[in-house]
Design a protein around this ligand. Structure first.
Ligand code: NAP
Ligand code: MG
Length: 478
């Protein structure tokens, strides 16, 4: 049995992270002390404090927005695209050069397995800068008129699940289109954004073009509500997204919201089973399920459900949960105690509402925030675990008989960020993809990210697109 296979520990050295005892905010090209209450960021894999980080008060936010405005007016807004491209390209190259440091630091601060930060987060962050460096001097060919203009100052707020990657998703298109930036990383994961600030300094980006302000939700609220911000880009919960939307209504600020999801991953009876099992596992257990587009609802065609579930449980029981820095780890730590409590509460609700719970018997470390991979079968559409975003390593399995029923169930959600279709039939992929109310539909794969592909939602998953040609629009005055 594969789960009895013993792996020797293979930890990456934490020295590579160059962890410092204290980090400051980045304003006008310098690292400066914020006047907010400093925060302590922890390693969720061990619960130890990693560093103290200074935070921005509302007056610091005001200063940063002023600095960004000046940099926009005097330098960045009028710099030719060919020149902007060189800076963006340099940032991409420096991310590659410092990729090991960034990967280890990301795993320490966030809890995600090193193989994911190393092979997905950091390379994809670099790819976003490379891709957008290419757009900077070609905006007149993007389909937004002969000379599309930037908006001005962008206020950006990002979550903790992909700290560096979300910073790249936000900053790269803003710079390519000629905007300046004030960005707030999540309270629990500020460190890689501040190393990105070092990289931006190394790249000689003119001071004030990018400013990074750590802080909690109130810092984010001060930023998005600031009168002199022209564009707001937010990724996070639907709850906060709705707050921001009402806060901004009538202000004329351009807004994009990338919020939660409850994606359906549909497996038809003709799908290659082993391949689909791999895709379903990747769809929900990648990044501990802390993924807005996670395939958290598995819809199985009834005729294959039993066989499929059996294979799925065998595969999930081989996932290794533990030390995020171990290169063999598949599932790392839950990002915070708060998030762990939320996952535990929703899993308990699944049991109470009558779903059948199966949890991997994998050993869990004594310290740190961990949750064993869990699969609920016999789930009905009314249950909380079928409706609410769990944002953890928990899969809810439902069944269907006909393709129409699959589509109806997949679309029975207030969200609409992503969906997956597993079938051998090309015509069925096209048919189902057209009927799916989701911004991204993957066919016979899942959780594939590429800077050239637009990403974004329908309904309560938000609006606006990030990435690709479509993503430029959010930062242009069109
Ligand atoms: P969140 O509260 O929406 O946080 C996202 C970002 O917004 C963080 O930087 C947060 O600061 C900041 N923020 C909080 N309140 C704000 C406000 N009133 N105005 C402006 N910014 C504000 O999400 P979360 O607490 O990280 O996670 C809660 C749930 O959101 C998750 O369980 C999950 O369901 C969903 N989520 C979705 C995504 C996604 O990619 N779509 C990502 C993460 C979470 P703090 O860091 O200080 O809270
Ligand atoms: Mg942390």
């Amino acid at each position: 049995m594969s789960q009895l296979w013993e792996y020797a520990p293979a930890p990456e050295s934490r020295d590579i992270a160059n962890l410092k005892p204290a980090y400051k905010m980045f304003v006008d090209g310098e690292f400066v002390e914020g006047s907010g209450e400093p925060l302590k960021t922890i390693n969720p894999g061990t619960e130890e404090v990693l560093a103290e980080v200074s935070t921005a008060s509302p007056s610091d936010v005001d200063t940063a927005v002023k600095v960004a405005r000046r940099a926009y007016d005097r330098v960045w807004g009028k710099m030719p695209g060919t020149e902007r491209a060189k800076y963006i390209y340099r940032i991409a190259r420096l991310i590659q050069e410092r990729s090991r440091e960034l990967a280890v630091l990301e795993s320490l601060d966030n809890g995600k397995p090193i193989k994911e930060s190393r092979d997905v987060d950091v390379p994809t962050a670099a790819a976003h800068f490379f891709y957008h460096a290419g757009w900077a001097d070609k905006l007149s060919y993007a389909g937004y008129g002969p000379d599309p203009r930037p908006l001005g100052v962008a206020g950006q707020v990002i979550p903790w699940n992909f700290p560096l990657l979300m910073a790249a998703w936000k900053i790269a298109p803003a710079l390519a289109t000629g905007n300046t930036v004030v960005l707030k990383p999540a309270e629990t994961t500020p460190l890689t954004a501040l190393v990105l600030a070092e990289i931006i300094q190394q790249a000689d980006l003119p001071p004030g073009v990018v400013n990074i302000l750590p802080g909690a939700g109130d810092t984010g609220a001060a930023l998005v509500g600031h009168a002199d911000v022209d564009k707001v880009a937010f990724t996070g919960s639907t709850e906060v997204g709705k707050l921001i939307q009402s806060q901004l209504a009538g202000t004329g600020k351009k807004l994009t919201l990338e919020l939660g999801g409850k994606a359906a991953n549909i497996v038809f009876d003709d799908a290659p089973v082993d391949q689909a099992v791999e895709g379903i596992v990747n769809g929900i257990f990648f990044n501990q399920g802390h993924v807005c587009c996670a395939g958290s609802r598995l819809l199985l065609q009834e005729s294959i459900a039993e066989e499929f579930l059996e294979k799925l449980r065998i595969r999930v029981s081989t996932l290794r949960v533990g030390d995020p820095l171990d290169k063999n780890t598949d599932v790392g730590a839950i990002n915070s105690r708060e998030q762990l409590t939320k996952i535990q509460e929703l899993a308990a609700a699944g049991e109470a509402e009558g779903a059948e719970r199966w949890t991997s018997a994998c050993p869990l470390p004594d310290k740190g925030f961990y949750f064993a991979p869990t699969v609920f079968s016999g789930v009905s559409q009314a249950m909380r675990i079928a409706r609410e975003e769990i944002f953890g390593p928990v899969l809810s399995v439902l069944t269907f008989r006909t393709p129409d029923e699959a589509v109806a169930k997949a679309n029975n959600t207030p969200y609409g960020l992503s969906a997956g279709i597993w079938t051998d039939k090309g015509s069925r992929i096209l048919w189902a993809a057209q009927k799916m109310r989701a911004g991204v539909v993957w066919a016979n794969t899942f959780n594939r990210f590429d800077p050239t592909a637009p990403f974004g939602g329908y309904q309560e998953s938000g609006f606006g697109r990030e990435g690709g040609r479509a993503g430029l629009e959010a930062y242009l005055d069109v």
